[in-house]
Design a binder for this molecule. Sequence first.
Ligand code: 13P
Length: 267
Amino acid sequence: MKKIYFGTNLKMYKNIQQTVDYLKTLVTETVKLDRKEYELFVIPSYTALSSAAESISQKQVILGAQNMAWEEEGQFTGEISPKMLEEIGIKLVMIGHSERRHIFHETDDEENKKVICGIKNEFVVLLCIGETDKDKMDGVSNEVLRSQLIRGLKGVKKEDARKIWIAYEPVWAIGVNGKPATEEYANSKHKVIRECLLEIFGKEGEDVPILYGGSVNPQNANSLIIQPYIDGLFVGRSAWNAKKFAQLIFSSIDKLEDFHSVNDESR
Ligand code: 13P
């Protein structure tokens, strides 16, 4: 079975102490989680990253940064270099989150430079993509997703595909005003993404995990996780209470195991 991913982006919500408390609770609540089969990751704010890395083992929870510069050093006031992240033990970086693209106007070409810099520095790069409501209404969602992938991953070699994770987060589904995608819709877009990854990387594109994010909650997590093209869940609000996040994870896993046992029997 393919590895399944569960992760959260803490956005600009938890301070240092809250992040450390959150992580410790999450580690305690997920001791039973088999890390060979399930990957668990948390992406805190920059100021909390160093304390976060000291407070838990990344064998339990991988820590990631919410953004990164595309250069290792230089005249880039306000930016954080991959070397600085590496110095505090961070080796996962999220690039191109919807809020970076739409509030801070980051472009595909900038995301691409960050992806390339992340790969060069041996990071795992979580590239986020997703169509807007207007793209969906205009019937160009697939084209937009393909373009974000082709531009965002330009210049990434096949042999580096193993360092890429993709999060599909439709812009209209994210945050307090978001409406979650139905599982059928999400699955169909994950299929488009998988096909595009296969075009870009050849067979190496098969193993790039594709996570769904955007108003994942305890009501829809179970039906999303059993979709054949969905490899994991990237959760915002519903994950910010560690106990509730652990419940969502274990409930999804139960559902997935039931689903596989029924499907394997009927084969
Ligand atoms: P919500 O789950 O709160 O919609 O946020 C998703 C997200 O942006 C994860 O990066």
